[in-house]
Design a protein around this ligand. Structure first.
Ligand SMILES: Cc1cc2nc3c(=O)[nH]c(=O)nc-3n(C[C@H](O)[C@H](O)[C@H](O)COP(=O)(O)O)c2cc1C
Length: 437
């Protein structure tokens, strides 16, 4: 039976020059100004999306690889998405806005106060995509960079700290009684004296408590520790996993088990699978795109090598395409998961050309080999995910009206007709929308 699902948009290159290198996006586009993002946010709201998540990294990466990352604007520059959020709230009424935040980059008290301010300003529409990348540590102190699991420990301490500050006004602390001229009762506020492993501070928080729920917590980590963090703490998990039934069900159960172990209900967390679709106007067009991608020329491979070089902080563009890729070129700073995604199961003798070709090759929705196809075919995939219990889908792309309209114009009416996409919003902000079904 068809079930409604939640839809999000992942602004995958963050608040940066995402049109760079894509001539088709070269119209009325100034990435440093709010207008283009506001227009896109309105489009998503008209489409019935619950939220937009804005990717971020506070750093341009290791000193040795900055040029690789900025030369084609893949890895930077990026402006702070928390400061873009108010402009998107102002342009919309229901859309949740979720900037990415890294506990390495801000102290709990400052963050709790900033997030509380935005939650009030937006009428409960703030979310926070909590990430644990440690590569930017050198910008914030000279302390040693944390390991993978320690970064999750710090993220949990940071989030617990923020929540204890948000809850530092007990019931009855906010009085607002004009007759007695009492605004608040300071004797009903908790002092919150936190002395932890990573943070030490006192409360209470100098911001109003929430009457209608806290900002939504979103998380993207896919390791065992990451899924455990999501189950214990998150309202939304961004899921990157193969979209076949066993994989989808296994991913969901791991998070649900972690939620139950932490005393929560499985339905407290919505799991959104990330997909980057290419929607075509006909099956023939989709077939042509897939066929054209089967044998990419060297120019196409260099283009994908540039992006990979930025993501992997390792220059692949100067390597011989026809020689085996020596994995020793990747330093210890490079994510093992990202290397694995590049090399797949092709073996150590496979030339770089084979790895890059696999990334360029597209497949069809219709036979479940990829993400190219018509709106109806994509809706079939989403409907099937729903039959396996899925909560929703996160469409992955830039935030330019051209890309949004290409993806959504035919898809939204199809999803609505099938009852998969909401027609109206709950009255109460992001958490209320997430919990509406
Ligand atoms: C869909 C998705 C979105 C992500 N967005 C960001 C991001 O905006 N900023 C960031 O620093 N890391 C981002 N990450 C990386 C995660 O925060 C995390 O560092 C990474 O997945 C490693 O954690 P893990 O080992 O638990 O998977 C993202 C990961 C996924 C799957």
């Amino acid at each position: 039976m068809t079930r409604p699902q939640h839809f999000g948009w992942f602004l995958a290159r963050g608040f940066g020059p995402q049109g760079w290198g894509y001539p088709a996006l070269d119209w009325d586009y100034d990435w440093t100004r709010p207008e283009i993002y506001q227009e896109a946010a309105r489009t998503l709201e008209q489409a019935g999306f619950d939220l937009v998540i804005i990717e971020d990294a506070p750093s341009m990466g290791s000193p040795e690889t900055i040029d690789i990352r900025v030369r084609h604007a893949f890895g930077g520059p990026k402006h702070d998405p928390l400061l873009l959020a108010p402009y998107l709230f102002q342009a919309t009424k229901h859309l949740g806005v979720v900037p990415t935040v890294n506990p390495a980059a801000s102290l709990p008290y400052t963050s709790a106060r900033q997030f509380a301010t935005l939650q009030h300003l937006s009428a409960n529409r703030l979310g926070l995509n909590v990430v644990t990348d440690t590569g930017s540590a050198r910008h914030f102190s000279d302390a040693a960079q944390l390991g993978h699991d320690e970064a999750y420990d710090r993220a949990e301490e940071w989030l617990d700290s923020i929540r204890s500050l948000w809850r530092s006004w007990d019931d009855g602390a906010l009085v607002r009684d004009r007759a007695t001229d009492v605004f608040a009762d300071g004797t009903n506020m908790r002092r919150v004296q936190h002395r932890g492993t990573h943070f030490a501070f006192d409360g209470p928080l100098n911001a109003l408590p929430f009457a209608d729920g806290e900002p939504a917590i979103v998380s993207p980590g896919g390791s065992g520790r990451g899924l455990g963090f999501a189950g214990a703490n998150s309202d939304v998990q961004l899921a990157l996993a193969p979209l076949h039934e066993a994989s989808v069900r296994a991913y969901r159960s791991k998070i649900h088990d972690a939620a139950v172990a932490a005393g929560r209900r499985p339905e407290d967390i919505k799991i959104l699978f990330a997909i980057q679709p290419v929607i075509t106007s006909s099956a023939e067009e989709a077939d042509r795109i897939v066929a054209a991608s089967a044998h990419p020329d060297d120019a196409a491979l260099v283009q994908i090598a540039r992006k990979q070089s930025s993501d992997l902080e390792t220059d692949l563009t100067s390597l011989d395409l026809d020689k085996p890729l020596d994995l020793a070129i990747f330093g210890p700073h490079v994510s093992r998961g990202s290397i694995q995604r590049l090399v797949g199961d092709r073996g150590e003798d496979a030339p770089l050309r084979a790895h890059l070709t696999a990334l360029v090759r597209a497949g069809r929705f219709s036979d479940r080999t990829g993400f190219v196809g018509t709106a109806e075919e994509f809706a079939d995939v989403i409907e099937e995910l729903g039959e396996w219990g899925n909560d929703g889908v996160l469409l992955w792309g830039d935030f330019h009206p051209v890309s949004l309209h290409r993806t959504l114009d035919e898809l939204v009416p199809v999803l609505r007709r099938r009852g998969i996409l909401r027609r109206e919003y709950a009255d109460g902000g992001l958490q209320a929308n997430l919990q509406a079904f």
